[in-house]
Design a protein around this ligand. Structure first.
Ligand code: NAG
Length: 534
């Protein structure tokens, strides 16, 4: 309580001081009128109240963060770095005695009960101060994404000459609808470098996505170093779809991805897909498939032809090592075991296998996630089902009391083609144009709200082999999935969204994102045209 009062006093006096100094400055700078409720924010915040004036972001602005509040200074520094990247303006963070400071951005740890989830935040933008309140650094981090989106890339003429960027004033109260807002990247069919994954993570975090699920193994490749089973990557990591040389993450690489994601309050979920989708593992260690044959490396696109031997103890000893090594370098609470399309595993063997693997995952301190098929086994209510194909399996999972990650292929698969002219992608589930990707609700499938953990958009990589192609399939649809999982239904409307989406163009161009320029969107501020639109 005492620290709270001191902090509030300190904070109130800074604000008063700044209001006093600000009055003088206001006469000199003619700031535009604004409307915060029309700002192109994605995902749309819970509540926005505009006050129609503007905060002048310029070289006399400084960032201060709550003292002794874990992670808050780092959030302040992150914001300063991003503002520097965006508009080349350097803003000091927690600098003492900066007497040229006229306006502050204050990132404040509050203990308000109104901010009832760790990601909730309030953003007050006044003419002379910006205040972000959150109970946690995670909430503050979500709040600064909103603020980043409000900083214009370019200022208008007069203000631009004075190097002032106007930020619309008002109050935002925000809180995610779903705690799990995910994306998945298949690095098994085609391998993506650590730098590619980092670029993707950074873009996702701008839209408040907080989970990246990495599909680390499949028939075509094994992508993570397992020290006790080195051939997995030496042999199983050596190719990919189409026969290129593949690749893998060393454990140090993986830790670097985890660290980079954690800096953005994003959880990494590792997936080792089994008992099907395991050809690359069985090429590396042929005892795993139990049929006495050494399979060949596979570079095609078929699914459902491989399986582990579900009866051998040595197979479970192998899985134990894999889960143990990966869990030890994964701080997040989840481990994804795949479990999809085990077409050549007998049903009773499949059930036996999933039950055993669930215990292994739990032994290593993680919650099991599996594709929706796992619900046919005797899984625990603490395990999670990722619904992608079968409504019947989703229902079974609900009956077992499991939580569900909503990823219906027809709506949420980023590897589905946009339309018949799409340069990349598949269309076995559907064509998914940008509006179809947005106009649905996770609640519409009859899964009770309390069973929905969140939404995830998987990006399978059979047809894409580099970051440009990844971006083509992911953007702009992933931006819509962020809104579907963060914003409440009442705040989602396609006509309103598509205008806000078009306004992302300058940012996406600036980040060199090779997005698909859908004709459904009026990208007038974009520099970027993909040949398909011609
Ligand atoms: C599914 C497979 C996946 C494949 C994808 C392509 C799941 C859970 N399984 O058949 O291995 O890459 O389609 O869209 O999606």
């Amino acid at each position: 309580m005492k620290t709270f009062c001191i902090r509030s006093l300190f904070f109130a006096s800074i604000t008063l001081l700044l209001i006093a100094c600000g009055e003088e400055k206001k006469e000199r700078i003619k700031m535009p009128t604004t409307d915060l409720s029309k700002a192109s924010l994605i995902p749309k915040p819970l509540k926005t109240i505009p006050t129609n004036s503007a905060f002048a972001l310029d070289q006399f602005t400084a960032i201060y963060t709550s003292k002794d509040a874990t992670g808050f200074e780092e959030v302040g520094t992150f914001l300063a770095d991003k503002i520097k990247d965006k508009i080349n303006l350097s803003i000091p963070v927690n600098s003492e005695g900066a007497n040229t400071v006229e306006r502050v951005i204050y990132i404040n740890q509050s203990d308000s009960t109104a901010l009832d989830s760790p990601e909730a935040y309030q953003l007050y933008i006044n003419q002379d101060s910006i205040i972000i309140n959150s109970n946690t650094a995670e909430g503050a981090f979500r709040g600064i994404q909103t603020l980043r989106q409000l900083v214009p890339l370019e200022s208008n003429d007069t203000l631009a000459l004075q190097k002032i960027w106007p930020v619309p004033t008002g109050k935002i109260t925000d809180n995610p609808n779903f705690a799990y807002r995910g994306s998945m990247l298949d690095v098994a069919r085609h391998f993506f470098s650590v730098d590619d994954v980092k670029k993707y993570i950074d873009l996702l975090s701008y839209y408040k996505i907080n989970v990246l699920h990495l599909h680390l193994s499949d028939d075509q490749g094994w992508r993570i170093e397992i020290k006790s089973w080195p051939k997995l990557t030496e042999v199983g990591g050596s190719t990919e779809v189409g026969g290129e040389s593949g690749g893998f993450y060393t454990q140090e690489d993986y830790k670097e991805i985890v660290r980079y994601a954690a800096e953005r309050y994003m959880t990494i979920i590792p997936e080792i897909d089994m008992p099907g989708h395991t050809n690359a593992a069985s090429v590396s260690y042929p005892f795993l498939n139990g049929n006495g044959k050494t399979p060949k490396l596979y570079e095609g696109m078929r699914v459902g032809f491989s399986t582990f031997d579900t009866h051998k103890d040595t197979v479970y000893a192998f899985i134990d090592d894999v889960v143990r090594e990966i869990s030890a370098i994964t701080p997040g609470p989840y481990f994804h075991v795949g479990g999809d399309e085990s077409h050549v595993t007998k049903k009773k063997d499949y059930i036996y296998f999933i039950n055993k693997v669930e215990k292994i995952v739990q032994k290593h301190g993680k919650r099991m996630i599996g594709w929706d098929e796992v619900a046919i086994a005797d899984v625990d209510s603490t395990s999670i089902s990722q619904w992608w194909a079968s409504e019947e399996n989703a229902k079974k999972a609900v009956d077992k009391g499991m939580q569900i990650i909503v990823s219906p292929a027809k709506k949420a698969y980023l590897d589905m083609e946009y339309d018949t002219l799409s340069k990349f992608g598949l269309h076995w589930a559907a064509y998914i144009p940008v509006d179809t990707a947005y106009i649905w609700t996770p609640e519409e499938y009859g899964i009770p709200m309390e069973n929905i953990l969140g939404v995830e958009a998987p990006l399978w990589s059979e047809t894409i082999s580099n970051i440009d192609e990844l971006e083509y399939l992911a953007f702009p649809r992933i931006i819509g999935y962020s809104e579907l999982s963060w914003s409440i239904k009442e705040n989602r409307d396609w006509e309103n969204y598509k205008v806000r989406l078009a306004d992302q163009a300058p940012f996406l161009d600036r980040m060199d994102v090779k997005y698909y320029p859908s004709k459904l969107i009026d990208w007038k501020k974009s520099n970027y045209t993909y040949e398909i639109i011609k």
